[in-house]
Design a protein around this ligand. Structure first.
Ligand code: FRU
Length: 489
C-alpha cells in the first residue's frame, strides 16, 4: 500500500469531521475485538512504551496511529493499572507534531525521578527532502498525571558512524548514574545498540557502541532494553534482517535477547551467550520490561509485526499488546510466565480428564472464545498429542507435541482468516520432555501459549469465526493421559 505523506502524517485534529468516530464505530462492530487484551479503540497500535510503576500504579503507553491501520503519525496512548490486569484508559499521553517530534512520537521508556515520571522517546522528524532526523526527547509527568513535553531534544545529533535509524531509548539507573540504550544502524547498514549516560536525565553523554560478539546481526536493532537479574546482564532487542535458520527466525522480524556478565559500562563491553528468541509464535515484537515494586521483572510486547497486514485492517483497527509476563532466568535462558495477577480473570472453572487412545476427544463441558486453559499430558507413548482449539465446522488451531521429533508445533493453517502466509503457517520449537504442560490464554483473536511453565512461549494472532468455539484433545499413534482445567474469562 502506497500512502501519501499527507495522509500518513495527519494528526487527529486534521481528520475529516466524523472520520475518527467512524473508524471507532467500525472497530466496535468487529467480531475480533479482544476481550481482555489492551487494544486501541481505532487505528493502529504497536510498541509498548514508558512501562513504569509510579505512585502505586503501572503506567503503560503504546504507539498509536489513530487515523488508519498503517504506520503514520505516532502518538503515545496512555493506560494505567494497579494490578496489571484491569487497565484504565487515560487517553493520549504524548501528542506529536512539534519541531522535535514533527513526524511522530516514537518509542521510548520511563523512569521515576524526584517523584516525577520521566519519559524519554524518539522524535521522528523529516526535513523538506523527506530525510529522517531522529531526536531523543523528554516528557515529564507530574503527580497530577499531567505530561509536559520538553521543547528541546536531549540528544539531537546522531553520532558519526550511524545512520538516521537511531531510536527507542530505554533508560535505567545504576551506580548513581542514568544510562540509556538506543537501537541503531551503523553506517555500513548493520544493527547495534549504543549507550549513553547522564547524571540528571537532561544532559546525555554518548558513551559508544555496546560491543557484543554478534558481529553482523541484521540491519537494524529496534527497541533495545537492558536490565540485570541474578548478577547477570540481559540485553533484549528486536533485530531486523535475520534470515531463517531451521525452526528459528521464521517471522518477518525477530525479538530476542543475549545474557551475560553485567554490562561493563566503562568499556561498554558485553560478554554474553548466543542470541535466543523470546517467543516462538507468529506475532510478537518490540517488547519492553519494567521492575515491579516487589522486584519482579515484567515484560509486555506488541502482539503484531511491522510490515504485516491483519484481517482487522478493513475494520479500522489493528493489533494489541500481549499479556504481562514475569520473566526469570534459568541457566542463561529466559523463562516467561503470565503474571499471577491474571488469575483474577478466571471465572467459571471446568475440568477434563481422560486417557486418550488414538482418538480425538471433544471437551463437552466447555466452549468459548475467551478463556484460560491449562492442560497436562503425561505417560504418553503416542507419537503426537495435543489440543485443537477454536474449532468449528471447518476451522481449528492445532497445538501439539511430537514425541518422535521432540518438537512443539503450533499450526494456524486452518485457524480462520489467513495472516502473512508467505512466512508459513506453522511454528516449531524443539523441546525434550516426558510431560508436557500447555497453558493457553485464548482471546477473540489471539492465543498465548506457555509451554512447561514458560520454558517456551508461542504468541499469535488467529482470526477464526466466532462460531469456532470448541476444544478437542487428541493422541495419535498411541496413548497419553490428559488432565485439563479451563476457566472462562
Ligand atoms: C518498532 C518501531 C520502533 C519505532 C516505532 C514507531 O516497531 O519501528 O523502532 O520507534 O516502532 O512506531
Amino acid at each position: 500500500m502506497n500512502i501519501s505523506d499527507e495522509l500518513k502524517y495527519r494528526k487527529l485534529e486534521q481528520a475529516q469531521p466524523g472520520e475518527f468516530e467512524q473508524l471507532q464505530e467500525k472497530a466496535k462492530g468487529c467480531p475480533w475485538r479482544q476481550s481482555y487484551h489492551i487494544q486501541a479503540s481505532a487505528g493502529l497500535l504497536n510498541d509498548p512504551n514508558g512501562f513504569t510503576f509510579y505512585q502505586g500504579e503501572y503506567h503503560l503507553f503504546y504507539q498509536w496511529f489513530p487515523l488508519g491501520t498503517f504506520h503514520g503519525m505516532k502518538y503515545w496512548y496512555h493506560m494505567k493499572s494497579s494490578d496489571l490486569v484491569h487497565w484504565e484508559d487515560v487517553g493520549v499521553g504524548i501528542e506529536p507534531g512539534d519541531p522535535q517530534d514533527s513526524h511522530g512520537a516514537y518509542s521510548g521508556s520511563g523512569i521515576v525521578k524526584d517523584d516525577k515520571l520521566y519519559l524519554m522517546y524518539t522524535g521522528n522528524t523529516r526535513d523538506e527532502q523527506g530525510e529522517r532526523h531522529p531526536f531523543q526527547n523528554l516528557a515529564v509527568m507530574d503527580s497530577t498525571g499531567k505530561i509536559k513535553k520538553r521543547s528541546r531534544p536531549v540528544i539531537k545529533a546522531v553520532p558519526k558512524g550511524y545512520t538516521e535509524h537511531y531510536r527507542d531509548p530505554k533508560i535505567w539507573f545504576s551506580g548513581g548514574k542514568y544510562f540509556c540504550v538506543i537501537g541503531a544502524q551503523r553506517a555500513n547498514e548493520t544493527g547495534c545498540a549504543v549507550l549513553y549516560s547522564s547524571s540528571d536525565l537532561e544532559a546525555w553523554d554518548f558513551e559508544g557502541e555496546i560491543a557484543t560478539s554478534l558481529g553482523d546481526f541484521g540491519y537494524m536493532w529496534e527497541c533495545p532494553d537492558y536490565f540485570e537479574m541474578d548478577q547477570q546482564g540481559v540485553l533484549l532487542f528486536s533485530p531486523q534482517g535475520i534470515s531463517p535458520e531451521g525452526d528459528h527466525y521464521r517471522n518477518i522480524y525477530q525479538s530476542g535477547y543475549i545474557v551475560g556478565k553485567p554490562l561493563d559500562t566503562e568499556r561498554r563491553s558485553f560478554v554474553h551467550g548466543s542470541f535466543q528468541e523470546l517467543d516462538r509464535g507468529f506475532d510478537f515484537y518490540a517488547q519492553q520490561t519494567t521492575a515491579a515494586p516487589d522486584g519482579r521483572r515484567i515484560l509486555v510486547a506488541w502482539m503484531g509485526l511491522p510490515d504485516t497486514n491483519y484481517p482487522t485492517d478493513s475494520n479500522g483497527w489493528a493489533n494489541c499488546l500481549t499479556l504481562p509476563r514475569e520473566i526469570t532466568l534459568r541457566e542463561g535462558k529466559m523463562i516467561q510466565q503470565p503474571v499471577r495477577e491474571l488469575q483474577m480473570l478466571r471465572k467459571q472453572e471446568v475440568k477434563f480428564e481422560s486417557t486418550l487412545q488414538d482418538e480425538v476427544n471433544t471437551f463437552e463441558g466447555f466452549s468459548g472464545t475467551s478463556y484460560e486453559l491449562i492442560c497436562e499430558f503425561s505417560g504418553a507413548n503416542a507419537e503426537r498429542f495435543g489440543i485443537e482449539f477454536r474449532t468449528g465446522e471447518t476451522e481449528k488451531t492445532v497445538l501439539l507435541y511430537d514425541r518422535v521429533e521432540k518438537e512443539v508445533i503450533l499450526d494456524r493453517s486452518e485457524s480462520g482468516q489467513p495472516v502473512a502466509t508467505e512466512y508459513g503457517t506453522e511454528r516449531r520449537c524443539s523441546l525434550d520432555a516426558d510431560n508436557i504442560k500447555f497453558q493457553l490464554f485464548v482471546d477473540s483473536s489471539s492465543v498465548e501459549i506457555f509451554v512447561n511453565d514458560g520454558e517456551e512461549v508461542f504468541t499469535s494472532r488467529i482470526f477464526p469465526s466466532m462460531n469456532s468455539t470448541g476444544i478437542r484433545f487428541f493422541a495419535q499413534g498411541g496413548s497419553a493421559a490428559c488432565k485439563a482445567t479451563v476457566w472462562s474469562i
